[in-house]
Structures are given as structure tokens and as C-alpha cells.
Ligand binder design. Structure first.
Ligand code: SAM
Length: 189
């Protein structure tokens, strides 16, 4: 069975967008307790690689080739370990289900969520191979539109989805961005 109900959200996102393929390298940020890791490992299969990061320790998984890193994604040290784990070829998908500890204060929770989502976006731009995909959770609020436009400008397509499995809770949405643009060649080169 799955470790968390969150698994069904990634399954729904993947069924709609067909993100995860056999052999892919997938990065999962905010991965504890490991529900998304299980789904990703199933989808990428034996030939794929999944790397999960969380502040919390993640119990070992039985499924496939899954590596976990315990650390804070806002710290350079954690990004360094992640970069090493992913290697030169880069990632096919960067997923982030990171969420702040909820205070119940709507504006604060939103601001913290956007901050984490921006960290994930930075990591996606750094680690994704050209054409790679990015999925990120964000709580709705005043900074969502600006963040969405920033992400959109770096990818071919972007959709905002609210998977049925998350509709009963909260204000969370997922931005599903497909196809990281290749960096433009500098003029004069
Ligand atoms: N997708 C997971 C699953 O399927 O089991 C559930 C993720 S849970 C909703 C959000 C996670 O984000 C928490 O485990 C939390 O520790 C993690 N998180 C929050 N801030 C983080 C940070 N700065 N660095 C790494 N992980 C973080």
C-alpha cells in the first residue's frame, strides 16, 4: 500500500499529464513520508532513478532505485548533495510537494508556500535536462499569479491543476509545467 494519501494526487497528475516514463530520473522535494516516491518508483521502473529530499527522515522503500537525502532545500548544502545524486545527465522531472508548517494565518502560510515553491523552481531550472518537466504545489493567494507567470516563461506549457484527491482540503493547487525551454544561445557566439 501507499504511505500517504498524497500518492493519489501524484497518480492523478501523472495520469492527466503523462509525466513519468520508464527510465526517467525524477527528483522529489518534500518527499516524506514517501507516497510520491512510491508512485514515481513504480512509473520509472527498474531502469529509472528517483531521488527524494525532506527535512524529515524517510523510511527505506522496497520499490526500485530510490535514494533519499535528509536536508533543508533552502540550504546550499542540501542542493549540493542533490546535484551529486542526480549527476551530469540531469533530471527528467522535478516534483515538489513541499509545504510549510501551517500557522492558520492565511497570508503567512501562502507567503511561506510561495517561498518553498520558488526554491523548487530554482532547483528545477538547475537540474532539469532540456525538455524536462516540473510539478510544484503552491497555496493560493496574492503571489500565485506572479509566480505562475515566472514559471510559465521558462517552459513550453503550464497548467494549474487541483487533483480530486486534494479538493477536500485547503487552498493548494499544483502547477504542472512541461518542457523546460533550452537556454537561448548568446548573440554573437
Ligand atoms: N509528497 C509527500 C508524500 O507523498 O508522502 C508528502 C509531502 S508533505 C505534504 C510536505 C513535506 O515537505 C513535509 O514532509 C516537510 O517536511 C517537507 N518540507 C517542508 N519544507 C521543507 C524544506 N525546506 N526542505 C525539505 N523539505 C521540506
Amino acid at each position: 500500500g501507499y504511505r500517504s494519501r498524497a500518492s493519489y494526487k501524484l497518480k492523478q497528475i501523472d495520469e492527466d499529464a503523462d509525466l513519468l516514463d520508464p527510465g526517467d530520473t525524477v527528483v522529489d522535494l518534500g518527499a516524506a513520508p514517501g507516497g510520491w516516491l512510491q508512485v514515481a518508483a513504480e512509473e520509472v521502473g527498474e531502469s529509472g532513478t528517483v531521488v527524494g529530499v525532506d527535512l524529515q527522515r524517510i523510511e527505506d522503500l522496497d520499490e526500485g532505485d530510490v535514494e533519499t537525502i535528509r536536508g533543508d532545500m533552502t540550504e546550499e548544502r542540501t542542493r549540493h548533495y542533490l546535484r551529486e545524486a542526480v549527476g551530469e545527465r540531469g533530471a527528467d522531472a522535478v516534483l515538489s510537494d513541499m509545504a510549510p508548517n501551517m500557522t492558520g494565518e492565511y497570508a503567512l502560510d501562502h507567503a511561506r508556500s510561495v517561498h518553498l515553491a520558488r526554491q523548487a523552481f530554482d532547483v528545477a531550472e538547475e537540474l532539469l535536462a532540456p525538455g524536462g518537466d516540473f510539478v510544484v504545489k503552491v497555496f493560493q493567494g496574492e503571489d500565485l499569479d506572479a509566480f505562475r507567470e515566472e514559471v510559465r516563461s521558462e517552459f513550453q506549457y503550464l497548467r494549474t491543476v487541483s487533483p480530486p484527491a486534494s479538493r477536500d482540503s485547503s487552498s493548494e493547487v499544483y502547477l504542472v509545467a512541461r518542457g523546460l525551454n533550452t537556454a537561448p544561445v548568446a548573440a554573437g557566439d
